[in-house]
Every structure is written in C-alpha cells, then in structure tokens.
Design a protein around this ligand. Structure first.
Ligand SMILES: NC(=O)c1ccc[n+]([C@@H]2O[C@H](COP(=O)([O-])OP(=O)(O)OC[C@H]3O[C@@H](n4cnc5c(N)ncnc54)[C@H](O)[C@@H]3O)[C@@H](O)[C@H]2O)c1
Length: 366
C-alpha cells in the first residue's frame, strides 16, 4: 500500500495503516504523507518506512513505485476532501487501484468525474465508509434483508458530535470549516454522509427525496455545523437524519434505529458489539458480537470471542480485508465503491441546495 496523506499529527492516516496491516495481508511501503516534502519524510520515518519511499509528490511516487518489482500495488487516499479527486485520478491513470476516504470528493460534479475515471481505468475503487465494516452492522443488514422486521417503515439515524461547538482551531478542525478544502458540505459532508450511507446500507433501500434544514450555528462559520434532514425511501418508508458537530458533550454518538411492520432494531457506534432486536409481541433480543448468534457475513468479520470488545480499528480493517479479497481477484459486494460514493455526494449536494433555497421536499438526484 502507498498512502497519500496521513502525515505527522493526522487523524485518519494512522488508522488506515493499522487497519490495513491488521490481518497481515497488506503492508504500508510508501507514501506522500504531506504536501510538504520534509513533513512527508518525517511521516515515512514515523511509519518505519525506507526513507527513499517517503516521496515529495504523488507524481514522483507513482513513477518510482511502478518501476520497482516490489512496488506498491494500490494507493490509499487519506488527504482532506479537496485532494481526493486529483490524487485518486492520478493513481488510477498510473494503473493503481484506489481506496479513498469519504466523502468521495469535494463536490458532486467532481464525484462524477472520479466515477468516470474509475470506469475508464477498469480498476478497483473503494471508499472507507467505516461503519459498514462493523460485524453487527453487517448483521443488521442481513437480518433486515432476510425479513426480520418485515417491510421497513421508519429509519432514525443520528450522528451527534460536539467538538466543533467552539472556534475551529487545530489541524483536523481547520480544513473542515473551509469550503475550499472541505467542499460543498460542512457537518453534512463530514459525518451526515456517514449517517446517510449507514441508513441505505442497513436497510438496503435508496433515499429518493429529502427535506433539509442545515445551519451554520457558530458565528462566522461558512459551512453547516448542524443538520436536520427528513428522508423518504424508495418503498415509501420515512426517515429522520440528524447530524451535528455543535452538540456539546457528544463524542461520536452515531446510532441507527430501523422499524418495520414486524419489529425494530437498534445499533450504536459507541457500543458496537450489541445489536438489539425488538419483536411485535413485546420480546426483545440482544445479539452480541463473538457469539453463535451471528450470520456468516458478520461472523467472518469478528476476530475475538464474545466479551473481548472489537471496535473502530477492526471495523476499518474489515474494509481492508474486503479490499484484499478484491485485489486477489475475488469479490466483496458490500465494500462501498463509486456507486455508493456518487449516491453520498448526491445526498450532500441535494441537502445543501435544498436547505439554502428552502426548497422543501427535493428529489435526490445523481
Ligand atoms: N472514515 C472515517 O471514519 C473518517 C474519519 C476521519 C476523517 N475521514 C476523512 O479522511 C480525510 C482526512 O481527514 P483527517 O481527519 O485525517 O485530516 P487531517 O488534517 O488530520 O490529515 C490530513 C493529512 O493529509 C495531508 N495532506 C494534505 N494535502 C496533502 C497532499 N496534497 N499530499 C499529501 N498529503 C497531504 C496533511 O498533511 C495531513 O497529514 C478526510 O477526507 C476526512 O473526511 C474519514
């Protein structure tokens, strides 16, 4: 694996490195860890790489790695959003499969450009929608698909955080409130998009229209930091999506509830090894990771026996395990790719436009 981004002090790059290497199928061997060559070299040293393989630019990396017999076989893009399109396109054009962090790009128009580049290259392209890697999210999806809830009627998905309630100071915060680097959405593109992808992933249903109210609550902020969105799904089910980065005290409280004709289910990211199922007759069932209650897809993605908690890093590693399968020539149908990326970017774009123009119910169009 070669990595673009993830230099000194970065958040998600080191997570990708750990996740990619967890099952020892993938190894980080090269990267451009910062746009500043000296910081890129420092990043390479911190990851314990051969100093010659911490490059000063992506063009340099692609040429040098392609020329090596032991060169990198794919590229992970973990830079801020505005850089996803150029880095992914350059890697694909040079013949490297790409795994990129979300959102797919900064804007919907860019996402179309990247989807076309993926199609033209004919190479694997994956997006790290982290939450679809959790075993109990896979289990929730499988149970809904098997009819455990009957027809889905209502989805409530919430993603509350509080870390941008004050001035956006510090590395991670600073680019997220800048439209030039974050893109069209603030909170909606940073975490609302995770909630959207989770809702579609778990229910297997597409959102067809939405009604959005996005606010930039902190004075002077150019992008949204607090989002309330009503959803309608293709089967007529209703949904509520709440995402906020100004809810003081909230850490990473992603939670999804799905209700159908026959029952309901609940999954919370901060307690990821439990899935609760409610039945129409009043019984409730608690399904725990690492027990014999999981179906094959979820069971394959669990590494420890019940009661030994797995979490964020392992969920991320499950996406890399799927990628490794794809790179070996197999398939991983639930690994998010360009199609899911386009839908998520359409969600951000529609929500931002509909809220700004107070348009009311607006079709979600690609
Ligand atoms: N899947 C998830 O759960 C999740 C979580 C956090 C962030 N993200 C996504 O990951 C991306 C990065 O977020 P972050 O929080 O790690 O940001 P960050 O600011 O912590 O790190 C970004 C890194 O990219 C480097 N960089 C910037 N431009 C570069 C370039 N042109 N070439 C090489 N390196 C460059 C920076 O030096 C820095 O090291 C964003 O797109 C974000 O949406 C996803």
């Amino acid at each position: 694996m070669a990595m673009i981004g993830g230099g000194p002090g970065a958040f998600i790059g080191p997570v990708h490195r750990i996740a990619a290497e967890l099952d020892r199928e993938i190894e980080l061997v090269a990267g451009v860890f910062s746009a500043d060559p000296a910081r890129s070299r420092a990043g390479g040293l911190a990851y314990g790489l051969d100093p010659a393989r911490a490059y000063g630019s992506l063009a340099e990396l692609l040429t040098a790695e392609r020329a090596r017999v032991d060169g990198a076989e794919f590229v992970a893009v973990v830079t801020p959003n505005h850089d996803h399109l150029p880095s992914a396109c350059a890697a694909l054009a040079a013949g490297f499969p790409v795994i990129s962090d979300k959102p797919m790009t900064a804007t919907l128009a860019e996402a179309h450009e990247l989807a076309a580049a993926v199609e033209a290259a004919g190479l694997p392209f994956a997006l790290t929608y982290t939450y679809s890697g959790y075993p109990l999210v896979r289990e929730a999806r499988a149970r809904i698909a098997a009819g455990a809830l009957g027809a889905v009627r209502k989805v409530v998905v919430e993603y509350p955080q509080g870390w941008l309630a004050g001035p956006a100071e510090g590395k991670q915060a600073e680019w997220r409130v800048d439209p030039a680097r974050a893109g069209a959405g603030g909170c909606i593109g940073d975490i609302g998009v995770h909630a959207f992808q989770l809702a579609e992933f778990v229910t297997g249903l597409h959102v067809t229209e939405l009604l959005a109210d996005l606010g930039a609550v902190v004075p002077g902020r150019q992008l949204d930091d607090d989002c309330s969105v009503l959803l309608r799904f293709a089967n007529g089910a209703r949904g509520v999506l709440l995402a906020s980065q100004i809810e003081v005290g909230e850490l990473n409280g992603l939670r999804i509830r799905v209700y159908g004709e026959q029952g309901g289910l609940v999954w919370k990211q901060e307690e990821p090894n439990t899935l609760t199922l409610h039945h129409l007759d009043g019984r409730s069932e608690v399904i725990r990771a690492g027990t014999g209650l999981l179906g094959p897809d979820a069971a394959r993605r669990t590494r420890t026996p019940g009661g030994h908690p797995e979490g964020y890093l392992e969920a991320f590693a499950n996406l890399y395990r799927d990628l490794a399968e794809v790179l070996r020539g197999g398939s991983a149908p639930l690994l998010p790719g360009a199609a899911e990326g386009l839908r998520s970017m359409a969600f951000i774009d529609t929500a931002v436009r509909a809220s700004a123009s107070r348009a009311g119910w607006t079709p979600l169009t690609l």
